[in-house]
Design a protein around this ligand. Structure first.
Ligand code: 5GP
Length: 177
């Protein structure tokens, strides 16, 4: 499949994504029973993941979003993080679960975690649909829930973009190099 100037091939199908999300939801329901967690989605790539995951949550919870990006429409991560966090809820004393589409170097995530810690939540954990273990530059102890571990490759679909294209795809695709 062609997206702008690059060619991609299927990596993870819609059905497999749905199955994994059901399991992640069950884990979160168990781990956060009685805690009324706040799920914070990191925009924009997480929007489909958050929508599908929270439908599996059957305990009281809040859902909100923040925006912060380290990619600029290309295929490699940059260390510079453009925006500060934008958060509309009070997380003081609350159990926070960050919902990420993908963790690559981990720089974006660790920056966000440090920022959120300043607001003194009761706990912070991270649930990421995708993780590239081979590219992780920092060890992030909060990274508790992972959907799929993938190779050091660029992926699109299911919310993830290439030059803002491909977010609408139901499956996840990888770049053919
Ligand atoms: P990190 O700071 O962990 O290097 O980068 C995290 C962010 O980079 C993700 O939230 C995502 O927006 C973007 N990113 C990392 N890897 C990929 C990828 O393979 N595909 C796409 N579309 N975005 C990615």
């Amino acid at each position: 499949m062609k997206i702008a100037d690059l060619t991609f091939e299927p990596l993870i199908e819609e059905k497999a994504i749905a199955k994994r999300i059901t399991l992640l939801g069950e884990q979160l329901n168990n781990d956060y029973a009685g805690k009324t967690p706040i799920f914070i989605g990191v925009l924009s790539g997480c929007f489909l993941f958050v929508a599908d995951l929270v439908k599996q949550i059957n305990i009281p919870c809040e859902v909100t979003f923040t925006k912060l990006a380290s990619y600029y429409g290309g295929t490699t991560s940059t260390l510079k993080i453009r925006e500060d966090i934008d958060l509309s809820v009070d997380i003081n004393g609350r159990h926070v679960v960050i919902l990420e589409d993908i963790v690559d170097t981990g720089n974006t995530l660790s920056y966000l975690i440090e920022k959120l810690k300043l607001h003194t939540p009761a706990s912070i954990k991270v649930c990421s649909l995708l993780l590239k273990p081979g590219k992780l530059e920092l060890s992030i102890e909060e990274l508790r829930y992972i959907g799929f571990e993938i190779e050091n490759e660029f992926v699109v679909g299911y919310g993830l973009d290439y030059k803002e294209l491909g977010r609408n795809l139901k499956d996840i695709y990888r770049l053919i190099s």
